[in-house]
Design a protein around this ligand. Sequence first.
Ligand code: NAD
Length: 425
Amino acid sequence: MVYDYEQVDIPDAGERIEVVDEDADELDIPENPIIPIIHGDGIGKDVGPAAQKVLDAAAKATGREIHWMRVYAGESGRERYDENLPADTVNAIDEFRVAIKGPLTTPVGAGYRSLNVALRQTLDFYANVRPTYYIDGVPSPMKAPEEMDMVTFRENTEDVYAGIEWEQGTDDVEQVREFVEDEMGFDDVMHDGPIGIGIKPISEKGSKRLVRKAIDYAIEHDRDKVTLVHKGNIMKFTEGQFGTWGMEVAEEEYPDDEVFAAPDSLWETQDEVEIPEDAVMVEERLADAMLQWMQLRTDEFDVLAMPNLNGDYLSDAAGAQIGGLGIAPGANFGDARVLAEPVHGSAPKRAGQDKANPTAMILSGRLMFDYMGWKDASQLIYDAVEATISAGTVTYDLERQIEGGEKLATSEFADEVVENIEDLA
Ligand code: NAD
């Protein structure tokens, strides 16, 4: 789709990323792509430009050049267009396929939908992906944080996040109560008096495409295992069905020597099972148990695929194990499209002070490079960030936890990473 833009320009130089096959998630990536970027609100004003500088340096060091297309949303959208999420911005992310954004503030008050949710829904970014790995030198509450090297795939469009709910005291909620009690036969389940009711849709389409993305990622990145995390022992027809549909994808859509669906993995250990060499094993785990195993047997997990709510809780818990928000990267994947974004929000208290940690946004850019197949540039970013942090040169959030650390401003930290990129290239 090619759009006309009202208040932003497509860079003159640079080439478009073209879709080769949307269903197969295949893009044609030139060496000089046009990439839309939203710096973001609050600390986005600090970490956005800092990350951009680092990504430019890594591209340059590997013989490439990014032609950025600045687009606006949130506060900068309201200033320029009097709109939170201008059509120019949505259209640019749609047209150019690969994009990155900083955090956006959702103004408090009625009538404001979360911008992030709106963006994900409008462009059908159905998988929220968070790699969670340890960087040498980052303070962590764990004894062996280096054992963590996981990627979580969180379903992004349904579950209790679909927003189908009714407020206590309304006619609507009473109608739903009546329907559930009288027509569906659950007459003794709900308490009398005021009640709020929500609905948890989990579909075959939503579950299967998410699990397929996670398995494809595991194959492409030489991962050993995909764990489907759900609470199917209690919510049989939603969470349990997610597991069943996920295992169907593993069994039916891939050859056995490529993807091995572990039999009865919820209840049986797999010690005796013979897994074809080099195959990705797909297993199921209950969400409550998983929160324990993640801490007690961290190194056993690899790629996780989950419905929306489990993914929300689990990916934050995993992030805490390796040092928290300032360094946690993420991205939203759709079919042949990606929107990278750090996990953290706009931290308004620190905004515009050149203090916040840009690592999460830098590593989100790294994930975007990975998606583009720029593995050398992605590795260079990882090595340079690790070299910078392990030397103890860090932003305030890490400095206060590292003995003898040196506190750098956002921009200074980015400069240090750029220098390390140039040294390592
Ligand atoms: P937050 O992530 O902005 O801040 C939580 C805490 O983490 C704060 O103490 C903050 O100082 C710290 N922190 C976050 N990022 C940091 C960084 N890069 N360096 C150093 N410290 C960092 O979460 P919040 O306070 O709940 O939300 C603030 C605003 O951000 C809200 O308007 C919320 O809607 C929005 N938000 C946006 C996104 C997004 O755009 N994807 C995600 C979460 C929250």
